[in-house]
Design a protein around this ligand. Structure first.
Ligand code: SF4
Length: 575
């Protein structure tokens, strides 16, 4: 490459600086040609996931042998409406050639993939406009099958193709709804956004369950959740590591990339540098009060005003709110009933006492009433003399079922009447006995995870459907929590009580208030986090995943209720 040619490439992004409309990235056109939904998720909703494929692609570009050619050239054109970064520009036989490197295989060893072809055509146009030379050829090097595909470039044809793609990209930018999933299931298997897009679940919903769902949603999150309960501890950053300083002078180091979230209980300090690192690396930070109340958090989530607008529009529709409330209440009561049936069965006598049988019948009656309440039936309730809105009718059944469920807990807890953990009904704010202190603390941990899941999905937790904004708690997080209270906290907690894992030393008493102390909190956190890592099979989608991932999955399925693929949210049932 001559000095003169190098001078030709000195000015980058000139057009970008002079135009009001943002230019479309060439890689966005690549995504568009691959799948319109992928383009929409990345460019409109601003969701990007750097998975193993993306990282290995970056490493490939770092490793490419640097020859006498020009690498990583950034160009922009206001006329074309695009900007991009070319892997490499070569001069061959006197002509400039665009050269791209791809980690995967070519199309049957003979052709470039359509999205790759569109990408190099756009680069050829940018390069031609910038240098004033006609670009007649582009090369794509596919490293997996060691093929170089040469593409002839006709500037007029290329311009038509790129212009059509840019127009489509602008159309989609102003659309409120996501485009449908691609017809090619194969493409989804290698798509980095499959865990966000959930294409298999959508196809399952459209085909009304008549297919086996291929799990593209990760089974678990390998990054760790770190709880800091030591009062007076502080956390700082050293390079890519977190360093925890404890009050006894010891310190612990944690690799930043292996952490999914930090949960700070009470008086624990965190440095500004740590918070910056967490925000930049998708690590959640959550603050809980000493008593276990959720104070607030930092959860880097997906942007995209479209998602919020869709949520507000959908949850302003009383019909949809009624439907979701009914399904959520049904899921909650059915799970309570299943658990009570399982936990109160006397294996020797194969029977239950009368009071338990009566309570079970009441739960069944609530399930029957809610099951029959759909569409027209819901409207009828409104017109009856009860004066109740249908949604209040549903909430009423949910509340009654909750009271029945808690009234049966003493029969499930194998405790003497005078045991320090004996439970005599739910109380809170503040809890007045050890069992209620444990319930409240576990629910605070669950609430934190529900807020984080909703924010990660890009939903506004303050706009719910069943709960109303009566307290500082986010209504949508309370809605989502109701699916998991029993499964993620009540069941493992009751198991730990019946295994005699708790002692009086785990609690602190202040007047009439009872709290978990540091040891008690550590115990509760360990039970809760272990439960989250347990795998189970989703009863609707029929694939296995951890409970931790199930919270996010249900948040994503909830969003699909107004995204055109309803019917999958709150199908979760105890087996
Ligand atoms: S998962 Fe499939 S449908 Fe969804 S964005 Fe990726 S390729 Fe498109």
């Amino acid at each position: 490459m001559t000095d003169q040619t190098e001078d030709t490439f000195q000015s980058f992004h000139h057009a970008e600086k002079t135009t009001d409309e943002p230019l479309i990235r060439v890689m966005a056109l690549h995504a568009l040609a691959y799948c319109e939904r992928l383009y929409y998720l990345e460019e409109v909703e601003e969701i990007r996931v750097a998975d193993a494929n993306v990282y290995s692609g970056r490493r490939l570009h770092d490793k490419i042998d640097k020859g006498p050619d020009i690498y990583s050239l950034e160009l922009a054109s206001e006329r074309l409406g695009i900007r991009g970064k070319i892997d490499c520009v070569k001069r061959r036989s006197g002509e400039l050639v665009v050269s791209e490197h791809k980690k995967g295989k070519s199309n049957k060893g003979e052709e470039a993939w359509p999205s790759d072809r569109l990408q190099v055509l756009a680069y050829a146009l940018l390069l031609g406009e910038h240098t004033g030379e006609q670009i007649n050829e582009a090369h794509i090097r596919y490293h997996a099958d060691n093929r170089t595909i040469k593409i002839r470039v006709s500037p007029e044809e290329a311009e038509k193709e790129v212009e059509a793609a840019v127009q489509r990209a602008w159309q989609l930018r102003s659309a409120l709804q996501r485009p449908p999933v691609t017809a090619s299931e194969y493409q989804c298997r290698t798509c980095s956004l499959a865990p966000v897009c959930l294409p298999e679940e959508e196809r399952f919903s459209e085909e009304q369950g008549d297919r086996k769902v291929q799990r593209l949603f990760p089974q678990d999150d390998e990054r760790r959740v770190i709880h800091l309960v030591e009062q007076g501890a502080s956390i700082r950053k050293d390079g890519e590591q977190f360093v925890i300083y404890l009050t006894d002078g010891t310190k612990k180091q944690l690799p930043g990339r292996q952490i999914g979230s930090l949960v700070l209980h009470g008086n624990v300090q965190i440095s500004t540098q740590c918070i910056h690192f967490c925000a930049a690396n998708n690590i959640g930070v959550h603050w809980l009060s000493f008593g276990g109340h959720y104070v607030g958090g930092l959860q880097p989530g997906s942007g995209g005003v479209q998602r919020r607008v869709r949520q507000y529009q959908a949850l302003s529709d009383p019909g949809l709110c009624r439907q979701l409330t009914r399904r959520l209440a049904l899921a909650k009561i059915e799970n309570q009933l299943r658990y009570i049936l399982r936990a109160t069965r006397d294996k020797k006598q194969d029977s239950r006492d009368k009071e338990t049988e009566l309570a079970i019948e009441q739960l069944r009656a609530s399930i029957k009433a809610l099951s029959s309440l759909d569409g027209d039936a819901a409207q009828k309730v409104e017109n009856e003399d009860t004066g109740k809105e249908p949604i209040d009718f549903i909430r009423g059944h949910e509340g009654i079922a909750g009271r029945i469920y808690f009234s049966l807990l003493p029969r499930i807890l194998k405790l003497a009447e005078d045991d320090f953990l004996a439970f005599d009904g739910r109380n809170r704010r503040p809890p007045r006995d050890p069992f209620n202190a444990m319930l409240s603390f576990g629910y605070a941990l669950l609430y934190k995870d529900c807020v984080a899941a909703l924010q990660a999905v890009g939903l506004d937790p303050s706009f719910g459907f069943m709960h109303t904004p009566r307290s500082a708690a986010y209504p949508l997080a309370l809605d989502l929590m109701d699916l998991f209270r029993l499964i993620l906290w009540d069941i493992p907690l009751i198991g730990s009580v019946n295994r005699k894992q708790w002692s009086k030393d785990d609690f602190a008493v202040t007047g009439k208030q009872v709290w978990l102390n540091a040891d008690g909190r550590r115990k509760a956190i360990s039970i809760y986090e272990s439960r989250k890592q347990e795998k189970w099979k989703h009863p609707v989608l029929n694939y296995s995943l951890s409970y931790a991932r199930t919270i996010e999955l249900e948040a994503r399925l909830l969003e699909k209720e107004w995204g055109g693929q309803p019917g999958l949210f709150a199908g979760l049932r105890l087996r």
